[in-house]
Unconditional design. Structure first.
Length: 440
């Protein structure tokens, strides 16, 4: 069997698989990888974040009313995120061990994208809360099965000196997806289209990435069999042995906790505090999202590229976490100043956008840089991504079941209490990144 090189990657001219796990890293990623990876990331986030940032809130309001919506929304989002919690590291572990001739990552991304697309489309049409809960749980599971191997493909394909750029580029996918989702939520005439359009785009862009990816092919299976020890080892790492990985995990989790505090609950906050109807909620949410997204996209691209140039990641995460936390606290204070609070929310969205842009612009690059085991990159990245999904699980449960009801009973402002607590968590998370030693 012979091999050739195309765009820095070995390709097969025979029939036996090539073990690329020890292949030398090319000078840059394959041609077209950055574009298709961005599209796949954007599509997946569009599909999953459109319900999170308003679609589920509107759907639940239609089902149970505004007063009961926080607890039901917290239940649906929290339980769904529980499934996402385990999906990414498991998908990563399985893809690390995969010896398919189609590649290590491709089969898992393909299955995840298809199942996620179908279930996300069903979110807007199922007739009951328990059915909504089931399809949302499956959608979370499947989308994270796709996302874990997609992120691992960056570690496979992109050399160190280009990771800040790719991280910054990927960081723009989140705000652009949020903005597109807000436009769809505001423009679509019914819940069915509000879920179907994002699901369709997520599937289409995910399939494009799958069929253009020059995937690694593992010739030999791992020496250790996939037994119960391997299975349970999928979901953790030893923070004493890998301290930097532990601090990176905690930092990410706390900043994501703050960033996700507004997701879903901003529309309910507008309805409760400012007495907006659903159409007004979605319209204002679109304006706020446009401001946040504009800041995130610009800052994310600059931060990622700049971090490569100066070879530093931590300063961006520190400042980013502080700004995200401060922005969420400003939203909390908006409830105290009457109608002028709407202007405060828009200012807060700009602050959050700048901070989130700095964080998302370098977060992926920082996480890859602290990985301790190159043979289990996807598994470790999956564990790191628990820091994305765990806050998404506990934040809605804390908000809907504890802080909002308790804050309302004690202070007459449950959402204000919730946003202040979440903002403080984000600020502390940004400061904790200073504990990381192996990355500047």
């Amino acid at each position: 069997m012979s091999t050739s090189v195309e765009d820095g990657q070995p390709t097969r001219t025979g029939t036996a698989p090539i073990d690329q796990s020890t292949a030398p890293k090319p000078a840059r990623e394959p041609r077209g990888f950055a574009f298709t990876y961005w599209l796949a990331t954007y599509g997946l986030f569009l599909g999953i974040l459109t319900p999170i940032t308003g679609g589920l809130a509107v759907r639940v309001q239609d089902m149970v009313g505004l007063a009961a919506a926080p607890s039901v929304l917290g239940l649906v989002m929290g339980v769904g995120s529980f499934f996402a919690l385990f999906a990414q590291p498991l998908a990563g572990r399985l893809s690390d061990r995969t010896t398919s001739r189609f590649g290590m990552r491709r089969p898992w991304i393909l299955g995840g994208v298809i199942v996620a697309g179908v279930t996300l489309a069903l979110v807007g049409v199922v007739p009951s809360v328990w059915m909504l809960l089931i399809v949302w749980c499956i959608a979370q599971l499947a989308s994270n099965f796709a996302q874990g191997p997609e992120t691992a493909a960056v570690a496979d394909q992109v050399p160190h000196r280009r990771r800040g750029f790719i991280s910054g580029l990927a960081g723009t996918a989140t705000p652009v997806a949020i903005l597109t989702g807000a436009i769809i939520l505001n423009a679509a005439p019914n819940d069915a289209l509000r879920s179907f359009v994002p699901a369709l785009l997520a599937t289409a862009f995910g399939l494009l990435f799958v069929f253009t990816l020059k995937d690694r092919v593992r010739a030999e299976p791992p020496a250790e069999k996939f037994n119960l020890k391997e299975f349970f080892g999928t979901f953790y790492f030893n923070p004493r042995t890998h301290r930097d990985l532990g601090w990176a995990w905690l930092t990410k989790a706390m900043i994501m906790f703050a960033f996700g505090a507004l997701s879903g609950f901003l529309t309910l906050f507008l309805g409760t505090q400012f007495h907006m109807a659903v159409a007004q909620q979605l319209g204002f949410n679109l304006s706020a999202t446009m401001i946040q997204v504009a800041a995130m996209v610009v800052v994310s691209l600059i931060a990622g590229k700049w971090s490569d140039k100066i070879n530093r990641r931590k300063p961006f995460v520190i400042v980013g976490g502080i700004l995200v936390g401060l922005g969420v606290i400003v939203v909390a204070l908006s409830a105290l100043v009457g109608p002028a609070g709407l202007t405060m929310i828009l200012v807060a969205e700009a602050i959050i956008g700048i901070g989130a842009g700095m964080f998302f612009g370098v977060d992926q690059a920082l996480c890859i840089d602290v990985l301790p085991d190159k043979e289990n990159m996807a598994k470790d990245l999956g564990v790191l991504n628990i820091a994305n999904t765990l806050p998404a699980m506990i934040a809605p449960l804390f908000a809907g079941s504890i802080f909002i009801p308790l804050g309302t009973a004690l202070f007459g402002g449950g959402y204000t209490v919730w946003f202040i607590v979440a903002g403080l968590v984000g600020i502390i998370g940004g400061l904790l990144v200073m504990k990381i030693r192996s990355v500047r």
